[in-house]
Design a binder for this molecule. Structure first.
Ligand code: DGL
Length: 287
């Protein structure tokens, strides 16, 4: 059977921001989205837990005969993409905080990064900083627990979400950051709320979704896997689907769609579930 679709996944609804960019760049491709809402957010969970979920989701999508896989989740990319790349023969595209372009564009030499605890604590994140931040420029990393939950539960405009955004972005204002990297795919869905805190002329938000879509296109061209259709299809799978999530997916996608429930099981028992207090002792990889 021919492999005709692109698999895209996130811990929940945030990855829809990436899927939209992919749809814009590649109108003829068939897209299959998986949101692991039952286990969202991933941002404060252990590496073992996240990798376990990612492998289960990958199996689910591979069974749908995908020709490429997109991690529409920074946290999962940081924690698990290496393991998945070892196992799959198809192109696997990840997303990570766009530190390089932000530093390049910044006039003040100071950029802020909003991401999950897991992403900020990852070795890949430290590597990105070492790699792209030269003398004279600075990065202010900010873990933002609570923001992905707010998006998942449709509380973008609630006062406590706005308070969290104010608290998390205060160090950016104090340090005159003029670029803020959205290092979690849920945060582009909070663009209006983030910009309420800053006068728009003082800051630009950097979202790497378009770059991910272009990279996917390059990889499809490389494997001669681009669809020749002019219009592609979409299907949406959510774990632990509720009526509220159904409505949220439809609102975020912007057109009437069918959203299906997919309970995917993984070996979650005996896995450390949360980030340890020093953020380190979780790192034993069970695979
Ligand atoms: N959307 C995800 C990311 O890009 C993760 C959010 C979460 O589940 O904590 O990191």
């Amino acid at each position: 059977m021919l492999k005709t679709s692109i698999g895209i996944f996130d811990s929940g609804l945030g990855g829809l921001s990436v899927m939209k960019a992919i749809r814009k760049e590649l109108p003829g491709e068939n897209l299959i989205y998986f949101g692991d809402c039952q286990y969202a957010p991933y941002g404060d969970r252990s590496q073992a837990f996240i990798t376990n979920r990612v492998l289960a989701i990958t199996d689910f999508l591979m069974n749908q005969r995908i020709k490429a896989l997109v991690f529409a989740c920074n946290t999962a990319t940081m924690m698990s993409i290496a393991e998945v790349r070892k196992r799959l023969k198809i192109p696997v595209i990840g997303i990570e905080p766009a530190i390089k372009p932000a530093i390049k564009e910044s006039q003040t030499g100071c950029i802020g990064v909003m991401a999950t605890t897991r992403t900020i604590q990852s070795s890949r994140f430290s590597w990105l900083i070492e790699q792209f931040v030269q003398k004279g420029s600075r990065v202010i990393p900010q873990a933002c627990p609570g923001l992905a939950d707010a998006v998942e539960s449709g509380q973008n405009n609630e006062p406590h979400t706005k308070e969290l955004i104010k608290k998390y972005t205060l160090p950016f204002i104090e340090n005159h950051c003029d670029r803020i990297v959205l290092g979690c795919t849920h945060y582009p869905l909070l663009t209006d709320q983030i910009l309420e805190v800053f006068p728009p002329e003082t800051v630009k938000l950097i979202d790497p979704s378009d770059a991910v879509a272009r990279q996917l296109k390059r990889r499809l061209i490389e494997i001669q896997g681009l669809s020749s259709n002019s219009v592609g299809s979409e299907s949406f799978w959510i774990s632990g689907l509720t009526d509220r999530t159904k409505v949220a997916v439809e609102q975020l996608w912007g057109t009437p769609i069918v959203v299906q429930n997919a309970n995917i099981f993984s070996v979650l028992e005996n896995l450390p579930n949360q980030v340890s207090s020093n953020g380190r002792s979780f790192d034993s990889n069970p695979f």
